[in-house]
Write a protein that binds this ligand. Structure first.
Ligand SMILES: *Cc1c(COP(=O)(O)O)cnc(C)c1O
Length: 391
């Protein structure tokens, strides 16, 4: 399997075996637990992730199939599914950190992750140092004896900075600390952080992996067995478990992930390029455009640049708000990675808790509009954007 292209591996999913034949599609095992003939097998299954299926909080065949499928796409040894992306992120952070530990995180973080890290710092005494996403020297400088973990995002929200994964993960490895990469925006089609030296990859499967705006889910993928078992022993107690039906929908969505990603990127290139040339637009933020601060790094690291971009209008906030209430095809909604195009206003929604200084540091403007581009026909999206810009 591992020699096949992601497009092929996404279609041919691993399958739990039956007696002598196997269903083409992955069955939905909607059960809370499993029945045993042998008490020893029962007991063994409770104590490790790779024993018999025992109880749904610890594992389920449909969920396991999804874990193996995503681990396969990311090139990891195993994965742990969770009830949401934040569930997966919390499993990893809480499973690996203890009071008194120190972690290093990139400054531009997904809002929920930033809030979690702040909470860990204030309530559990885990200290944090923030560094730019492309500065390995800053990681080396920040490392202390109690530093345990480096936390990165392949492509950040909403300004789409790209992390220097090879450089940053190498700095973490030299320091003997675990590197964790949120790969939600890139998906394993555009980037496989384990290949660049990361130890753990996390995803909100709510986004591109499931791809149809009908699932909340998350997953953590591990490069090695030791970290996998350590996090599993915590996650199976935490109970942020993935539901079998959510895993089943995610598996179904994943089979078209490479096709969808290609279209998301292609549509985004067209919209971002045309908007950059429009007189009402001040700036477009997408790493595929020359002039984006991550352009050169992104060109080295990624085969394409993803389906999320943001832009600022010349006339600032009132123009941004007018644009958002004028689009007809694009929907004003949270989230990203689904088949339909969604837009939002970061300052009043996803980034509402940032202080004016934090907003200024991240480059998010009062009128910045974030676009999560869907798989509609690009010219229909452009017509919609043009009529909204005319308002
Ligand atoms: C959405 C998202 C999350 C959180 O995932 P949920 O499924 O909403 O819990 C984490 N990281 C990134 C980059 C995201 O886009």
């Amino acid at each position: 399997m591992s020699s096949l292209h992601p497009d092929t591996r996404a279609v041919h999913l691993p399958k739990p075996p039956l007696n002598g034949s196997t269903p083409i599609a992955t069955p939905l095992y909607q059960t809370s637990g499993f029945v045993f003939d042998d008490p020893a097998v029962f007991a063994d299954g409770m104590s490790r992730p790779d024993g018999a299926f025992v109880y749904g909080r610890m594992s389920n065949p449909t969920v396991r199939t999804m874990e193996e499928a995503i681990a396969g796409l990311e090139g990891g040894v195993a994965a742990i599914a969770a009830g949401s992306g934040m569930g997966a992120i919390n499993c990893v952070l809480l499973g690996l950190l203890k009071p008194g530990d120190h972690m290093i995180a990139q400054t531009a973080l997904y809002g929920g992750t930033a809030a979690t890290v702040t909470d860990l710092a204030t309530r559990f005494g885990i200290t944090v140092t923030y560094v730019p996403e492309d500065d390995p020297a800053a990681v080396r400088e920040a490392v202390r004896p109690e530093t345990k973990l480096l936390y990165l995002e392949t492509i950040a929200n909403p300004m789409t900075q790209v992390a220097d994964l090879p450089g940053m993960c190498a700095a973490a490895r030299e320091a003997g600390i675990v590197s964790v990469v949120d790969n939600t925006f890139a998906s394993p089609v555009l980037c496989r952080p384990l290949e660049h030296g990361a130890d753990i990859v996390v995803h909100s499967t709510t986004k591109y992996l499931s791809g149809h705006s009908d699932v909340i889910g998350g997953v953590a993928v591990f490069a090695g067995d030791e970290l996998y078992r350590k996090v599993w022993s915590f996650s199976s107690k935490l109970g942020a478990t993935a539901d079998p039906f959510a895993a089943w929908l995610t598996l179904r969505g994943m089979q078209t992930l490479p096709l969808r990603m290609a279209r998301h990127c292609e549509n985004t290139r067209l919209l971002a390029t045309r908007l950059a040339g429009h007189p009402a637009v001040r700036a477009v933020h997408w790493p595929g455009l020359p002039g984006h601060p991550s352009y050169e790094l992104a060109a080295k690291l990624l085969p394409d640049f993803g389906g999320v971009f943001s832009f600022d209008l010349v006339e600032g906030r009132p123009a941004g708000e007018r644009f958002m209430s004028s689009v007809k095809l694009a929907l004003l909604a949270p989230s990203l990675g689904g088949v339909e195009t969604l837009i939002l206003h970061p300052v009043t929604t996803s980034h509402r808790t940032l202080t004016p200084e934090e907003l200024a540091r991240s480059g998010i403007g009062e009128g910045t509009v974030r676009v999560a581009v869907g798989i509609e026909h690009a010219e229909d999206l452009w017509s919609d954007f043009l009529q909204a810009l005319d308002q």
